[in-house]
Structures are given as structure tokens and as C-alpha cells.
Design a binder for this molecule. Structure first.
Ligand code: DC
Length: 209
């Protein structure tokens, strides 16, 4: 979170003319659907049923949940925290992983998400793992929220981020770890355009060999 991975992946897909998949948005959509239905997020059984009851589609980089555009709504704080809870649910994960694999079939795809290189696409041609310092990540999140007119103190964002990191890294099912063959890139002092350019060079070299 906060390493710029979604933005970088989107720029990269545009530069390469590939499809783009934002898997975090899928977990967010499931969390959003649970909150709307007033499902207790700790009720694993009820939460696990939600992905098969909803329809998620991505026309033009928007996210439609059962036909409603929830692109902005799924970025809210409550959904952000809820997403890391539902992402620990094995039934939710297996359901979304199947959708992700289906989206990649027969096409060139830039996908982003914590398990993409390890679990979902272990045979991907190119894998990257983006990192940034905790302070820089929280600052980026603060700027993103500021742009939407919300001000949250940096300490509060750092606390939430740490909680989310711990949950994402310690869960039993597909914890956040870099793939052994991923190139690790620290984005703390780089613009996201520069990161995307670096990845593009790497991919084009790979495509040429
Ligand atoms: O990248 P993001 O902040 O939009 O992700 C939202 C949540 O979903 C986050 O807590 C981690 C989880 N997630 C995941 O477990 N696996 C993915 N492939 C993508 C996101």
C-alpha cells in the first residue's frame, strides 16, 4: 500500500498497450458489498458467500458493482480497512483469484496486487515488487485524501497502515511476500513516471529476447 503500484501499473499498461487489472479494487468491492449488506466482517461464512453473489466489471478503468459505479466509494477509509479483513478470507480469495486468472487468459496483462507474482500468476514473464518507506507511503495516502478534501493526521494514517501491513503479511492465506524471482524496486525517492519507465525498459528487453 502506498508504494504507487496501482498508478505505476496503470501507466505501464498504457505505455505497453496491455490490459490492466487492479486486484485491490476487487477486494475493496467485496468489502463494500459486505458493508452495504450489513454483514459482520468477522462472519467468515457469510463473507465467503459474497463474491459469488455479486458482479464486478471494469469498463474503462471504472469499477461497477452490480451495475453501480463504486470507483470512488471503494477508496473510503471504512472500505480500505474492511478490504484487508475480507482479503484474509480463503473463500473470497479463491473466488477472486479465478476471476483474475480468467481476465488474463489470451491477453497481455499488467496486473497488480500482493499475491499476483506468488500465487495467481507464478509463471508471469516479468515480476516487480515495489516498496517505499512507511513515512513516504503514509504521506502519499495523505495527499491522495487531501485531494478529495479529507484531512487525516499523518500519525493516524501511519497507525492504520501498520495495522493493515501486519494483517496482510501475517495472514495464513497468500500473505504479502515478494516472489523469489521479482525485481524489488524502492520507489521512495522516484516519481511514479520514472518507476513505470524503468519497468517498461525491463519488459521490452525481456520481450526482445
Ligand atoms: O492495493 P489495495 O490497497 O487497493 O488493496 C486493498 C486490500 O486488499 C489490502 O488490504 C490488501 C488486499 N489485497 C490482497 O490481499 N490481494 C491482492 N491481490 C490485492 C489486494
Amino acid at each position: 500500500a502506498g508504494t504507487g503500484k496501482s498508478t505505476v501499473a496503470k501507466i505501464l499498461a498504457q505505455r505497453l498497450g496491455f490490459e490492466f487489472l487492479n486486484t485491490g479494487a476487487m477486494y475493496r468491492a467485496v468489502a463494500y458489498a459486505c458493508l452495504k449488506r450489513e454483514i459482520d466482517l468477522s462472519d467468515n461464512e457469510a463473507v465467503g458467500q459474497v463474491p459469488s453473489q455479486i458482479e464486478i466489471v471494469f469498463p474503462n478503468n471504472r469499477l461497477l458493482l452490480d451495475g453501480h459505479d463504486v470507483t470512488e466509494a471503494i477508496r473510503e477509509q471504512e472500505v480500505t480497512l474492511g478490504a484487508s479483513v475480507v482479503a484474509a478470507n480463503p473463500t473470497v480469495r479463491s473466488n477472486l483469484v479465478s476471476l483474475q486468472q480468467a481476465a488474463a487468459r489470451g491477453t497481455n496483462l499488467v496486473t497488480e496486487g500482493r499475491d499476483q507474482g506468488t500465487v495467481v500468476f507464478p509463471n508471469a514473464e516479468c515480476k516487480f515488487f515495489l516498496t517505499a518507506s512507511p513515512e513516504e507511503r503514509a504521506l502519499r495516502r495523505q495527499l491522495e485524501l487531501n485531494a478529495k478534501g479529507q484531512f487525516i493526521p499523518i500519525d493516524e494514517l501511519l497507525t492504520q497502515q501498520t495495522l493493515r501491513d501486519e494483517r496482510d503479511q501475517s495472514r495464513e492465506c497468500s500473505p504479502l511476500v515478494p516472489a523469489a524471482d521479482a525485481l524489488i524496486i524502492d520507489t521512495t525517492h522516484l516519481t511514479l513516471e520514472a518507476v513505470a519507465a524503468q519497468l517498461e525498459t525491463h519488459i521490452r528487453q525481456r520481450m526482445a529476447t
